[in-house]
Write a protein that binds this ligand. Structure first.
Ligand code: SF4
Length: 205
């Protein structure tokens, strides 16, 4: 099915499938009606990767940005950027969504920026709070949280994300989570936000 601009912030099933980095960007966009450059790049290419076409993408960005700056400013200063990401302006390269290592290679977010990887960039307290909030049905154990925090401490951010994926997967498949299984993690290592998204979408259907 075609993903429309209205679904991005409102569709519960899409929201369930977003990795934490995408949720963070969408939350930032929703509260500021603006994202700085790195955030615009990371999110718009992610959304392109989940199947948001250029027309729906322009509708989406225009609607959000216009709330803080008006349509004219969006059209004049920002529209080009989003069209460019779809290969419709400038050098016409069809840019691909960033994988985790690309995201982790960019400068870390400053205050008021939302790009990057939450497993690296958030404080321990913030991460614990958001993990509890973001797992379906609030179903995450202290053991699971500690396991994720251990990976973050070891700078293994994609492993932390894979554990988070596993917990969400169980919550979706069984309606509850019952511990992290190490066997199913092999071959399912999350190395790309769009891979995370696609895997959850497959479980939903
Ligand atoms: Fe996003 Fe990758 Fe970080 Fe997961 S590990 S939150 S997919 S950047």
């Amino acid at each position: 099915t075609c993903i429309t601009s209205d679904m991005i912030l409102n569709d519960a099933k899409l929201w369930e499938a977003y990795p934490l980095c995408a949720r963070n960007l969408l939350d930032g966009l929703r509260s500021n009606h603006h994202l700085r450059y790195q955030g615009r790049q990371q999110l718009s290419l992610f959304l392109k990767g989940i199947g948001l076409n250029i027309d729906e993408a322009l509708k989406f960005w225009s609607k959000e940005f216009s709330k803080s700056m008006g349509v004219d400013k969006f059209e004049k200063e920002y529209k080009y950027n989003f069209k460019h990401n779809y290969g419709l302006e400038g050098n016409r390269i069809n840019y691909r969504p960033w994988d985790c290592s690309t995201i982790l290679s960019k400068p870390r977010p400053n205050k008021g920026e939302f790009h990057g990887c939450p497993f690296r960039d958030w404080s321990k307290d913030r991460l614990v709070m958001e993990l509890k909030k973001n797992v379906s049905n609030n179903n995450i154990t202290n053991h699971e949280i500690n396991s994720i925090l251990d990976s973050c401490k070891n700078h293994e951010y994609t492993i932390a994300c894979t554990k988070y994926y596993e917990i969400n997967k169980k919550a979706i498949v069984h309606g509850d989570s019952s511990g992290i299984s190490s066997s199913s993690m092999e071959g399912e290592h999350i190395t790309h936000p769009n891979l995370y998204f696609e895997r959850i979408r497959m479980l939903q259907t």
